[in-house]
Design a protein. Structure first.
Ligand SMILES: Cc1cc2nc3c(=O)[nH]c(=O)nc-3n(C[C@H](O)[C@H](O)[C@H](O)COP(=O)(O)O)c2cc1C
Length: 231
């Protein structure tokens, strides 16, 4: 597979065929993904392959609440859980009746079938191993996750090389306490996400992304657009 083409076309896959994914294939994926970079090369990730149908069903059920909240906040014109959101506006949006959204989400699509995805991986980060350089700044911290999410993305790319597709999900972080209890994860582990993998019903080919000049400037954030000819 051409690397550039892969990087430009690896989209989120949430619909999977019934074809199972052999453990040997998953093992190969993880064996490649482990070469991801991390601060101080700490490799502070821990992964749980969730196979037990009861655990999977419980994760599916836990996913529903945050997902409905996500839809509700989005419908209210908010970026769900942005660190700088007006919390009152969020609360007001979430106070609206979401019964029909909940019903729809519970009965169809990825949310309803999360327990059936061929591979379900719970990704944890060990806080004791994260060099979170922004820990002491007076704003929401971001740097710690940067030591774990390249690993998650490597899993998705390595899966693609095996003919699989998948998606990183973070909804279940809203239910972190329950997920940790369910999977026996104690502090200082925190949930970084849940990854679904499988054989895609269809592989997304045309991803929608902003052009480089929309987010790249020269010398200053308000500087001239960086937009040389890429031909
Ligand atoms: C940090 C992160 C969190 C995400 N969380 C979720 C999630 O909870 N549920 C989900 O269905 N997709 C989730 N996604 C997938 C995004 O929705 C997807 O990457 C984005 O919409 C682009 O989709 P595309 O690559 O198919 O164009 C997440 C992606 C990232 C990188």
């Amino acid at each position: 597979m051409d690397l550039i083409d892969t990087l430009r076309t690896t989209g989120a896959v949430r619909d999977f065929t019934d074809e199972p994914v052999e453990d040997a294939v998953l093992a190969r994926i993880l064996d490649t993904a482990r070469f991801a970079p991390s601060g101080a090369n700490a490799q502070a990730w821990r992964l749980v392959v969730v196979k037990d149908p009861n655990l999977r069903a419980r994760l599916r059920d836990l996913y529903l609440g945050p997902w409905v909240d996500y839809l509700t906040l989005t419908a209210a014109g908010l970026r769900p859980w942005s660190p700088v959101n007006d919390r009152d506006a969020e609360s007001a949006a979430l106070a609206t009746d979401t019964g029909s959204a909940r019903e729809a989400a519970a009965s169809q699509g990825f949310t309803a079938h999360l327990d059936e995805v061929p591979v379900l991986l719970a990704l944890f980060a060990d806080l004791s191993q994260l060099a979170a350089v922004d820990r002491d700044l007076d704003h929401y911290t971001l740097a710690g996750g940067a030591s774990v999410y390249p690993f998650a993305w490597n899993i998705l790319l390595a899966a693609r090389a095996e003919g699989l597709g998948g998606v990183l999900t973070t909804m279940l972080i809203r239910e972190e306490d329950e997920v940790k209890k369910l999977l026996g994860a104690d502090d200082p582990l925190v949930l970084a996400g849940v990854i679904a993998l499988g054989h895609p019903v269809r592989q997304p080919r045309r991803l929608t992304r902003q052009p480089v000049e929309s987010f790249t400037t020269i010398d200053r954030i308000d500087g001239a657009q960086f937009s040389p000819d890429t031909r």
